[in-house]
Design a protein around this ligand. Structure first.
Ligand SMILES: Cc1cc2nc3c(=O)[nH]c(=O)nc-3n(C[C@H](O)[C@H](O)[C@H](O)COP(=O)(O)OP(=O)(O)OC[C@H]3O[C@@H](n4cnc5c(N)ncnc54)[C@H](O)[C@@H]3O)c2cc1C
Length: 485
């Protein structure tokens, strides 16, 4: 299997455009209608829009930078008449290949649609898709409000991309994911019609959220805001055994604690962050938990932290409470630095995003560690453990290590999750990376229903083709077939 087929970012791309290629007729038409300021058609410009954070795709025929919903309607209509697919793109920080075109397409890059209005009385923000995630909270804060969904990429990711993936983050255990904050959406469908939706009957916005640009292009979102908690407290717990760490999480929650953040890092992950930043994390621990509790009443916040502390200690953990805001910030800097820390170890990584029931976590973490050891790859685990969301990362160098073997290991990790009642993705989406694994995770009848939904909203398959749903004609041989038979 080739790296291109795997959807990995191997340092070479599948398409080999020539610099003398004439402008595509669609590029010429869109330039005529929208003006050349909004259409990028030179090869050097187009090359920059064929990838996301994990994968190279095909060089687009042109890139459109819309400024209004009408511009999006124009692109979708012209592309439909020309028979060219459309791929929506935010900041391209996605980790499953969502924004990388998999065939010749027009890329609609939303980075100029950055309109943002805050309505403090209604505790709402109305954001265009190109708004950077962090900007919503920055704009809301002077009004005593925040927007809680906090992917670690929130300084670069966009609201459109967050909606496309239904992004989560550390705060999501207590506060919920992107979709929990959406009151309404405006989107352009595959025929170029504009729809303005609230979340009543049939919850169509719910269908669009997490659909990875395959059902429509979101042009505006009404987002719920909430007051920030007045107090936050942090602790770090270290364990000599991963299972004990997972047990402590369940025990703390069973005791009534609802931490705002509940993050897990395994020994390999702690080692990578320590090598990078040297913040004093316990290198010898097999697993660490990083926990925040928050609220408006300090006694309650401290009490909740005590519940977590007691659960950790009774599971054999060593606990250190952050003594100051600075210490707390340093601990969270360690968590946010996982991605760059891993990038120093190998040039490539395949980032899994499985979710399993919390009760299965000890066994799942152990089995994945064993698979990693057996494979010889450098494997690191971390994640939002409160939600059962794990990110096993396979680090590799495609010049020296087999990309097929990486894919095989990723598939075996996905099967571990499925066997334990879990799912393929908590927040990064399916994209191209886990598309084939959908055969194992979703039974054939349900897959057909999903294909029907796609056909209803996008009959010609013009929106982000090659993502999420595997081709229908391939034989059903996966785990699901065995389970369902
Ligand atoms: C260092 C790092 C840390 C990360 N941490 C997290 C994390 O903690 N939690 C998390 O959830 N993710 C995380 N991610 C993944 C990524 O940042 C998120 O998936 C994010 O939501 C993607 O936003 P984006 O603007 O980059 O979207 P893109 O990558 O550009 O697009 C993502 C998907 O959305 C679609 N899309 C984009 N705009 C629109 C639109 N207007 N309408 C319809 N579809 C659209 C695209 O077609 C694509 O399928 C991380 C990534 C990195 C690199």
């Amino acid at each position: 299997m080739t790296p291109e087929k795997l959807g990995l970012k191997p340092g070479w791309g599948p398409s080999k455009p020539r610099s003398g290629d004439p402008a595509h007729p669609l590029a010429a038409e869109l330039t005529r209608r929208l003006g050349d300021r909004k259409v990028l058609s030179s090869l050097s410009e187009r090359l920059n829009y064929r990838y996301d954070a994990i994968q190279f795709g095909v060089t687009p025929v042109c890139v459109v930078l819309p400024e209004t919903t009408e511009d999006v309607v124009t692109v979708v209509g012209a592309a439909r008449r020309a028979g060219v697919p459309v791929v929506g793109r935010g900041a391209a920080s996605g980790l499953s290949g969502g924004a990388a075109p998999m065939q010749e397409a027009v890329v609609v890059s939303f980075t100029r649609m950055t309109g943002l209005q805050i309505f403090p009385g209604r505790r709402e923000a109305v954001a265009q898709p190109g708004v950077i995630t962090l900007k919503v909270s920055e704009a809301a804060r002077p009004h005593g409000l925040i927007y809680p969904p906090d992917p670690a990429s929130f300084r670069t990711s966009t609201i459109g991309g967050n909606l496309g993936e239904n992004a989560g983050g550390p705060l999501c255990f207590k506060y919920g994911v992107t979709g929990d904050y959406v009151r309404g959406l405006e989107f352009v469908d595959a025929d170029g019609n504009v729809h303005v939706l609230d979340r009543n009957a049939y919850d169509l916005p719910g269908l669009l959220i997490g659909s990875e640009g395959t059902l429509g292009l979101i042009t505006s979102a009404t987002l719920r805001l909430t007051p920030p908690p007045r107090h936050t407290r942090t602790l770090l717990a270290s364990f000599t055994e991963v299972g004990a760490c997972a047990e402590a999480v369940s025990a703390a929650i069973a005791a009534g604690a609802v931490p705002s953040k509940l993050e897990f890092m395994d020994r390999a992950c702690v080692g990578a962050v320590e090598d990078y930043l040297g913040l004093g994390l316990p290198r010898a621990a097999e697993a660490v938990l990083l926990v925040d509790t928050d609220g408006d009443d300090l006694d309650t916040v401290q009490g909740e932290l005590s519940l977590v502390e007691a659960a950790c200690r009774s599971s054999g953990g060593d606990v250190r409470r952050a003594g100051s805001d600075a210490e707390s910030a340093a601990l969270w800097q360690a968590r946010r630095s996982v991605s760059p820390a891993l990038g120093r170890i190998r040039p490539q990584r395949m980032n899994e995003d499985i979710v399993v029931p919390r009760s299965a976590l000890p066994e799942v973490v152990r089995q994945i560690r064993a698979l990693g050891d057996e494979s010889g790859f450098h494997l690191v685990q971390f994640g939002h453990i409160g939600d059962g969301n794990l990110h096993p990362n396979i680090l590799f160098d495609p010049r020296r290590e087999s990309v097929d073997a990486v894919h095989d290991l990723a598939h075996r990790i996905a099967l571990v999750a499925i066997r334990h009642g879990g799912v393929l993705s908590g927040e990064h989406g399916i994209g191209t990376m886990k598309r084939e694994f959908m055969r194992d995770a979703v039974d054939p009848v349900t897959l057909d229903v999903l294909r029907d939904v796609k056909r209803t909203l996008d009959p010609a398959g013009a929106l982000n083709p090659g993502k999420v749903l595997p081709e229908a004609e391939a034989p059903e041989t996966g785990e699901a077939a065995r389970v369902h038979s």
